[in-house]
Design a protein around this ligand. Structure first.
Ligand code: FE2
Length: 209
């Protein structure tokens, strides 16, 4: 279960509306490498992890990503609240989003593709899942880098830099975790068996009769 704290992990206080920027930043809410996907990926993968340390890490990071999702939603909301019709008309980048969602916060990529579970995996294989998680953190960091290239609002950029830092920390923690899991697994077989599933015999040595 979760306990909700009515505050953000890092404060979001945006003074200048900017629907064009919101149309880019929404990607870290519902895009292929965004915070919704990160939280769903880790909170789903945790169940099949055979080691307590990996299960705990995925739960910790998955929960933190829910908090990041909330921060990205707050940025998008604060950049788009109280817009006039004229401001929407003057921002063709935001207008397609506006047509479908007005100024509601909706999980979609900047390209307009709605969030899909097809952008994440949960394989039940320790090495496959943790390797995906390492890549996911780098892709999220890169998306934040791209947002920083497109934004010159310091109120936004302070928050984006905080989120970017957390992706780097998560990458490091997943790196430690994958090393630990390999140590705990039968080293010669780490790429050939999954201790969560192949309880008695690695898949590659099983006779199919
Ligand atoms: Fe992350």
């Amino acid at each position: 279960m979760f306990h909700y704290e009515k505050k953000l992990q890092f404060p979001v206080k945006i003074t200048t509306p900017n629907p064009k920027l919101a149309a880019f930043i929404i990607s870290q809410y519902g895009g292929p490498d965004g915070e919704l996907g990160a939280s769903m990926r880790y909170l789903s993968q945790r169940y099949s992890m055979p080691f307590a340390e990996a299960k705990g890490l995925l739960t910790d990071i998955g929960t933190e990503e829910l908090g990041h999702m909330e921060m990205v939603a707050a940025i998008v909301h604060q950049l788009t609240r109280d817009l006039s019709d004229e401001e929407v008309r003057a921002n063709p980048t935001f207008a397609p989003y506006f047509v479908d969602h007005t100024t509601g916060v909706y999980p979609t990529a900047a390209s307009g593709f709605p969030w899909t579970a097809a952008s994440i995996q949960s394989t039940g294989d320790v090495i496959a899942d943790l390797t995906e998680d390492l890549a996911a953190e780098q892709k999220a960091r890169l998306t934040y880098d791209n947002i920083l290239r497109l934004s010159d609002d310091p109120d936004v950029n302070n928050v984006i830099r905080f989120l970017r830092e957390r992706e780097i920390v998560h990458f490091q923690r997943f790196g430690e975790c994958i090393r630990l899991c390999k140590e705990k697994m039968d080293a010669p077989n780490i790429y050939l068996s999954n201790p969560a599933f192949d309880k008695t015999q690695p898949a590659n040595t099983r006779s199919r009769g």
